[in-house]
Ligand binder design. Structure first.
Ligand SMILES: NC(=O)c1ccc[n+]([C@@H]2O[C@H](COP(=O)([O-])OP(=O)(O)OC[C@H]3O[C@@H](n4cnc5c(N)ncnc54)[C@H](OP(=O)(O)O)[C@@H]3O)[C@@H](O)[C@H]2O)c1
Length: 333
């Protein structure tokens, strides 16, 4: 029977999510990959337990995480009921709806019909009464924003979510939905964008909107799915995301390999691994509340948590990083 470490809050740092009352750990763990049907449940348990033992209170899911879609929530539910029964009030669990989940016209996007049904299904899969944060996973131009916002507001009033977030919304879309939430009095507190050294799109307007609206920012794919680590420095390991997921084509890794190796030299000079430097770089930004990392092993998680030991960069380090990446040339992964 798992018992959480008594020292679990000693080393983690927490940051307020925008202007809300919610504190999030600087490093959160996501279950997009490595928690699906074919995952080894013992390995999954070890990752979640190691995270919680080190102060990671926040776990990020979505209806479609797996594969198969839904299986990450089912496995997370199994872990919660086996090991975390007494710890629900110490956990921030998020899930999302927006991408394809079931057949027919009501299984994706942003209608009230889809969002309310999807969250009910997610709660059932995880064995929870409520989630802490419920996200609209992607914008839907064909559903009135008022309807999507209204459905999310209803979900909070029903007690099925405490806070609301959006993901993959542009600066303009975020501003527009924030205005509706303000009218409704909805606790809209967070945006979840892709953000890492190689993908800087949020710096072109979104971070300003988040600041103006008092919203938190939790960065997904902070390691560019493993490109910003030493994972591919000597080939393509059989158990790596390349080869096991359509979301990380080998060509994307190859295109960025020389950049990663150059960034690694900066990491070594900072006495960090590349993964640690990539996370520290994000966490050094005022706009970033937390980063959601993915890991396939507890050892990766432990390595990544040590990023918190050095979150400062010299001006020279920052400009060298920008030069390597060609940030001024709008590099994209
Ligand atoms: N809202 C959205 O649309 C959206 C989209 C994507 C992700 N997300 C969220 O963000 C979370 C994280 O995304 P992500 O998995 O792409 O994040 P990531 O942290 O950029 O990449 C995770 C992968 O990097 C590799 N890795 C991690 N630490 C490592 C280390 N120390 N050394 C070597 N390799 C290491 C592992 O690859 P291997 O598996 O090969 O070991 C791991 O699976 C997801 O779980 C999800 O919660 C949200």
């Amino acid at each position: 029977m798992y018992k959480a470490s008594n020292e679990r809050y000693d080393n983690m740092q927490y940051k307020r999510c925008g202007k809300s009352g919610l504190l999030l750990p600087r490093i959160s763990v996501g279950l997009w990959h490595n928690f699906g049907t074919n995952a080894d449940l013992e390995n999954c348990k070890k990752i979640i337990q190691t995270a919680f033992d080190n102060g990671v209170t926040h776990f990020d899911l979505a209806n479609n995480y797996g594969p198969e879609a839904g299986s990450a929530e089912i496995n997370f539910g199994k872990i919660l009921s086996a090991d975390f029964k007494g710890y629900r009030d110490e956990l921030i669990v998020s899930t999302k709806a927006g991408y394809y989940m079931w057949a027919g016209p009501y299984g994706e996007y942003g209608s009230k019909k889809y969002l309310t049904a999807s969250l009910d299904q997610s709660l059932k899969r995880m064995g929870l009464d409520y989630v802490d944060i419920f996200y609209h996973h992607r914008p839907d131009e064909n559903t009135p924003l008022e309807e999507t916002a209204g459905a999310l507001d209803l979900i909070v009033r029903q007690g099925k979510a405490l806070y609301i977030g959006v993901s993959n919304y542009s600066a303009g879309q975020t501003k527009a939905i924030a205005a509706i939430f303000k009218r409704l009095g909805t606790p809209f507190i967070i945006h979840q964008p892709c953000y890492n050294m190689l993908d800087r799109w949020i710096e072109n307007g979104l971070t300003d909107v988040l600041e103006e609206e008092g919203l938190g920012c939790i960065a997904f794919s902070p390691l560019a799915q493993g490109i910003l680590t030493n994972r591919y420095f000597s080939g393509y390991p059989a158990d790596s995301r390349v080869g096991n997921s359509i979301f990380l084509p080998k060509e994307r890794v190859e295109k960025n390999l020389s950049i990663s190796k150059q960034l690694n030299e900066i990491a070594v000079a900072r006495s960090q691994t590349l993964a640690q430097t990539a996370l520290s770089w994000l966490l050094a930004h005022d706009s970033v509340t937390s980063v959601i990392i993915g890991v396939s092993k507890a050892a990766q998680l432990k390595e990544n948590l040590a990023a918190l030991d050095n979150l400062t960069f010299t001006t020279k380090e920052l400009s060298t990083i920008d030069k390597i990446i060609g940030a001024d040339k709008k590099h994209s992964t």
